[in-house]
Design a protein around this ligand. Structure first.
Ligand SMILES: [Cu+2]
Length: 122
């Protein structure tokens, strides 16, 4: 009986280590490039999907937030580095222009800074 308990404990510890330290991140979204413009869409629904979007440096970029969430929490999206605070509830989709002249990361968050995501220019 004691042996079984130890085996279960080891499995549980292994699972906890995997959960906290394992690499199980969702894939980053890529932009679609057409006519020297790139666009990416982030669905807002109980969080951001994808949480990370990768853009190509040097191509004018737009990131569109597709709002499908009804909670107040996600009603605004805030880009600190860009000084932007957009209300997503006024229209179905909200487009943010991202400067791509330099390789840089732009973090964004909900109005209460609870949900986070980022746009990576590289
Ligand atoms: Cu929030």
């Amino acid at each position: 009986m004691q042996g079984l308990t130890i085996i279960i404990a080891i499995i549980l510890i292994g699972f906890i280590i995997w959960w906290f330290f394992g690499k199980h991140e969702e894939a980053a979204g890529q932009s679609a490039i057409t006519n020297d413009q790139q666009e990416a869409t982030i669905v807002v629904n109980g969080g951001y999907s994808p949480k990370t979007v990768v853009l190509k440096k040097g191509i004018p970029a737009k990131v569109t937030f597709d709002m499908r969430d009804k909670t107040a929490c996600l009603s605004h999206v805030v880009f600190d580095e860009l000084g932007l605070d957009k209300d997503l509830t006024k229209q179905a989709t909200t487009t943010v222009e991202i400067p791509t002249d330099k390789a840089k990361e732009f973090n964004f968050a909900c109005g209460m800074n609870m949900f986070h995501g980022k746009v990576i220019v590289k």
